[in-house]
Every structure is written in C-alpha cells, then in structure tokens.
Design a protein around this ligand. Structure first.
Ligand code: SF4
Length: 412
C-alpha cells in the first residue's frame, strides 16, 4: 500500500520500550542471541584488551563488534550456553567487572581527545576511586566529563557533567537545570558530584529515573549560578583520518567485524578510545604517513575517509538482529550509501536515518530523511524522527531506492 500526504497520528508506529540497559553480567536477549555490552574503563582499551575483545567476538559471538551511542562496545549472537565461558574470558582479560555489582556503577563518558593529565581524565581517575561509595542509581544514569575549553559531548545524554564556564572555570552541571555550579578544583567537583548523587536518591530520584526529570530545586550547597560555555559549530567531532593522538576510523552504522578491527590494530597502535559518534580513536604516532594512508581507500568494513557518505547515515541493527524490527536496515543503508558515493560525508546536505521500528535507537534527533520499519515495510518521514508522522507508508526496498534516487516523494 502506498499513501501520500501528512498522516494522522495513528500512523505512528509504536515501539516496545525497554527500561533497562544490558551489560556483560546482564546480557539482553535479542533477535540473534544474547547481546553482551562491555564498558571500557575511562573510555579506553589498551591494544591487547581490544584484541582480546576481537577474540571474544569470534569465539563466542557472531564476530561483530558494535559501538553504541553511549560509547560502549558490544558483542552479539552469544548463546546462553556460551555466556558463562565468555564472562570468564572477559573478566580474565579486564573487559568486565569481576561481579555484577561492579558493573552497576554509573557510566563515565570522557571527551575522547583528552590528553594525559588534563582535567577530563584526572576527574575520571578521581571519580573512579569514589564510585564505590555512590548509592545505587538507575541503569541509564551517566556522567559526562567534558572539561576542554568548549564541550563536545553536549548532544550525549548525561545526568551530571563536568564542563567549563564561559570564563574557563570548572563547573558541575545537573541535567535539566538552566545554570551550573562553579567548583574550585577537580577534588571539589568530584565531591560535589558524589553529594549530588546521594541527594538525587534521597529526594526521590529513583522514581524519577533521570536527573532532568527530578524537579526538586538543587540544594543550597550546590547553588547553580554560572552559565556554561556552549559548544561552537567548529568544535571538532573526530573525523576519520589523521588525528593528533593517532588516527580516527569510523564504524559503518556503528559496527565492524572483529577481523576488520584486528587488521587496523597494528603494532604501532597503543590503545583504542571509544566515542559516542560511531568512531574509534586509534592511539599511535600521528605523523606516521603509512599509518594514515594505508587504509585510506573506501572500505566496506571501516570508514577511513571523512567524505564517506555513511557518515551522514544512521541505521540501527534492524532485522534479524533486533527482535523488535520487522525490516532489515543495514543492508538497505549500505545500498543507499553506494548510490551516494559521490556525497561529501558529514557535510552532505541532510542525514538519513533507517530505523527497524519507531523506537529510533540509532538517532534520537530528526533527520532529513527517515525510514521506519512497520509490519515488514518502510514508512518515509521527512525532517523528523523515527516515530514522527510519515509522508508515505508501506514502501518496499525498491520504492525506497527509487525515492532515494529521485528525492521525489510525490512519485511514491
Ligand atoms: S530502533 Fe532498531 S534496534 Fe531499536 S528497538 Fe527498534 S528495531 Fe531494535
């Protein structure tokens, strides 16, 4: 069935929303088996641990590794029978906490281009030593440590943030508030974050779930009086290619095979930093011309070129990987990317979002073109999110490709 024009709200597809986040100790059953999520400490894995993760993906999973929008790494396709051995391997290689309790601490998301000794990474080290004293918090709770001159993690959800004021001073920002709390130094920041975590729980935060939903005013000892520095349009989000710390590679639609990752983890790579932007920062010698040109050709497995059209696309795992999906997403995304090879990567006008259902896991904001799966077909949404009202429904893959080549929704 094909339809045109703005539809009524009844056309919005309804996702089944899950309220918890999987981990390694609490894997999630999905369409292709268990999903096991690994949280790299301080947002980084040394090369040897990253290689161990590749080995784990091949031995116990489907061989794929995904990078999530919260900068976690995950394995797919793990069986119930294989999971205990996988966990023993992950713990032995420093890829999982020794027990489920250790995994329940709030996630620390670091601005990925930190330098040794800077405020972002020092705050993370101080916090790690305090987190054992923190109360139990909701699964999705997280902290963004983003203390460079201008924030780079503003688009990533976080309940507490360490940022800078317009004047350059340190601030702690509780999500949902108009102003932030100035602090004298990193120790004071960590102390304030710890007190705010306890205050959140004591004032009903567990029922609210997230800091932004807790409407209680901040206590007097955390008076918010300062504006934070805004991210500027030219704040660099790591682009594939050379970087002062090494080299950036993109994971098409957030996933890559373990073998492709192993191939770029050459001896001169010391570690891998995760990011919330579906790209990894490979730590190494930035000036090494071989490091930075050898894999520069377009590649199906990894993105090495800032002009790659897949950088302007978001696609969730879709069918058969996610049980909630009724359509495939990644194959269609790749097919559409090939028809946009002459695009200009992130600077290409408008984004494409392909979502297996209306939950829109791959992108929460609007996209110029969004394709949402429903009952085995695709809805077309223009300038909207996965659960917005479509301009056309019931499309097959050939309809989508035809639209993509003409950009003319009136022909549908
Ligand atoms: S958006 Fe994609 S990954 Fe998320 S629940 Fe729907 S089908 Fe699954």
């Amino acid at each position: 069935m094909k339809e045109q024009g703005v539809k009524e709200k009844s056309l919005r597809a309804s996702p089944r929303v899950r309220g918890w986040c999987p981990g390694a100790w609490r894997p999630m059953a999905t369409g292709d088996g268990l999903l096991v999520r690994v949280r790299p400490p301080l947002g980084r894995l040394p090369r040897a641990r990253m290689l161990s993760l590749c080995e784990a993906a091949e031995n116990w999973g489907s061989g794929l590794i995904e990078l999530t929008r919260r900068a976690n790494l995950q394995l797919r396709g793990v069986t119930e029978a294989g999971w205990p051995d996988l966990m023993a391997f992950l713990v032995e290689h420093g890829l999982a906490a020794p027990d489920a309790e250790g995994e329940r601490r709030p996630a620390l998301l670091l601005a990925p281009d930190w330098r040794d000794g800077d405020a972002t990474v020092e705050a993370a080290r101080l916090l790690e030593r305090r987190l054992a004293d923190w109360p139990a918090l909701p699964d999705k709770w997280g902290l963004a440590l983003d203390a460079g001159p201008a924030p780079v993690l503003a688009d990533v959800p976080a309940d507490l943030r360490l940022e800078r004021s317009i004047e350059g001073g340190l601030l702690v920002r509780a999500d949902g508030r108009d102003l932030a709390t100035p602090v004298a130094d990193l120790e004071a920041a960590v102390e304030l974050m710890t007190r705010l975590a306890h205050w959140f729980v004591d004032t009903g935060g567990l029922a609210a779930g997230r800091m932004r939903r807790l409407t209680a005013p901040l206590p007097g000892w955390a008076a918010a009086t300062a504006a934070w520095a805004e991210s500027s349009d030219d704040t660099p989000i790591l682009t594939p290619g050379p970087h002062p710390h090494g080299r950036v590679v993109g994971l098409p639609f957030g996933r890559a095979s373990a073998s492709a990752l192993r191939a770029v983890l050459r001896d001169d790579i010391t570690g891998v930093r995760v990011t919330p932007w579906r790209r990894l920062l490979l730590e190494g010698e930035p000036a090494n011309p071989t490091l930075n040109t050898q894999e520069s050709a377009p590649d199906e497995d990894l993105i090495h070129d800032a002009r790659d059209p897949r950088l302007a696309m978001d696609a969730c795992p879709g069918a058969p990987y996610c049980a909630q999906a009724s359509v495939a997403t990644q194959g269609l995304a790749q097919a559409l990317a090939e028809r946009r090879r002459e695009g200009s990567g992130e600077s290409a006008a408008g984004r494409l979002h392909i979502s297996g259902c209306a939950k829109g896991c791959a992108r929460s904001g609007p996209a110029a073109v969004c394709l949402t799966g429903r009952d085995g077909r695709y809805d077309l949404i223009l300038n909207g999110c996965a659960d917005d009202v479509p301009v056309a429904t019931g499309l097959g893959e050939s309809d989508v490709i035809e639209y993509w080549e003409t950009r003319d929704a009136s022909r549908l």
